[in-house]
Write a protein that binds this ligand. Structure first.
Ligand code: ISJ
Length: 98
């Protein structure tokens, strides 16, 4: 492959990566919009910010999906823990505001 073609090939991969990153972040923002509503609902109903049983079921489900799509279970678990802990922090904040 010529140097120019190699550069084009890399640029093409990176364009795909940029599109996928954008899609991922849009989906993540949509998830946070939904959990924001849950946070307000829980605060109104005086429900706790954390639901460990729900989180345990989600982790089990995430591990199954990780296997199905060929992602590392460890990676998916770490990612989900990062996201859920940000949500719980936000729910505590909302509960403190109400
Ligand atoms: C969104 C909720 O609140 C918390 C955040 C969760 C999440 O981000 O998925 C799951 C369980 C709860 O600890 C919920 O209870 O459904």
């Amino acid at each position: 492959m010529k140097t120019h073609d190699k550069a084009e090939q890399l640029a093409s991969y990176r364009k795909t990566i940029d599109n996928l990153d954008s899609a991922l972040l849009h989906i993540l923002a949509e998830r946070f919009r939904c959990t924001e509503q849950v946070g307000h609902f829980k605060a109104e109903q005086a429900l706790p910010a954390t639901d460990s049983e729900r989180e345990r079921r989600q982790m089990d489900r995430s591990r199954i999906i990780a296997n199905e799509v060929g992602l590392s279970q460890h990676f998916v678990e770490s990612l989900m823990k990062l996201i859920v802990s940000a949500v719980v922090e936000r729910h505590k904040e909302i509960a403190g505001e109400t």
